[in-house]
Design a protein around this ligand. Structure first.
Ligand SMILES: *Cc1c(COP(=O)(O)O)cnc(C)c1O
Length: 218
């Protein structure tokens, strides 16, 4: 794990994806210097938040059901996976109740697989020009996130990340021009982070490379 962390350029943020792993395991990773952790289940995130050191930055990285937003809104640092207008509206609503501004990434669907959530490029462009989008004052859009197809075909992975990067650059020049908050590109997991970094990623989400394989049967 130390070797991996040292190999990542300093300006790239590492989200240690601790889903399914115990608080003890997370504490161990914390002791070795990691401070940003990612989870994809609200209940699990709340439990770990309560039990672990308070200077951890907790990121939510999975598909978020609207009825669960309220559990994470009090403390979450970044929601990576805003995949619909309705979800953003609901996050805004819950954040307003708490008087908190929540940082979010908009998730773009870049993979071949149909099961992965996210906006298409066209949906995103249309949505960003709506009045509804502009009215959300309790969320701050700080960038984009995407998940590449799970494949050994590195050309395909590279091309999907490249698409995401291109949309990101385009939005910086249009919708988010002059907005320095819009600066994060969350792409890259254990099996494809090197490609993601070479394509301009600023945040990588790493689970198995840090914690070992996940055991879902526990
Ligand atoms: C689980 C998960 C990861 C980490 O996956 P690894 O392959 O273990 O690095 C990253 N991003 C998301 C959205 C995930 O659900």
């Amino acid at each position: 794990m130390d070797g991996f962390i040292k190999s990542i350029p300093n300006e790239i943020k590492i989200v240690a994806v601790s889903k399914t792993h115990s608080c003890e395991t997370v504490q161990h990773a914390y002791n070795s210097g990691l401070r940003i952790f990612g989870e994809n289940k609200p209940q699990e995130l709340v439990k770990k938040y309560n039990e672990l050191p308070k200077d951890i930055e907790w990121h939510f990285i999975g598909h978020l059901q609207t009825n669960k937003i309220k559990y994470i809104v009090p403390f979450v640092s970044l929601i990576h996976s805003v995949d619909s207008p309705r979800l953003l509206a609901e996050i805004n609503k819950e954040a307003a109740k708490r008087n908190r501004i929540i940082k979010c990434l908009l998730q773009l669907h870049i993979a071949m697989e149909e099961t992965k959530f996210g906006f298409s490029v066209k949906e995103l462009q249309e949505y960003l020009s709506t009045k509804e989008f502009l009215a959300h004052t309790f969320v701050k859009i700080v960038g984009l996130m995407g998940i590449a197809t799970f494949t050994d075909n590195t050309n395909q992975i590279r091309s999907e990340f490249h698409t995401l990067r291109t949309v990101f650059d385009e939005l910086k020049k249009t919708t988010f021009v002059g907005n320095s908050d819009f600066c994060e590109l969350s792409m890259g997991m254990s099996n494809d982070y090197k490609i993601a970094i070479s394509e301009g990623s600023t945040i990588i989400r790493i689970g198995s490379l840090i914690f070992g394989e996940r055991n879902y049967s526990k």
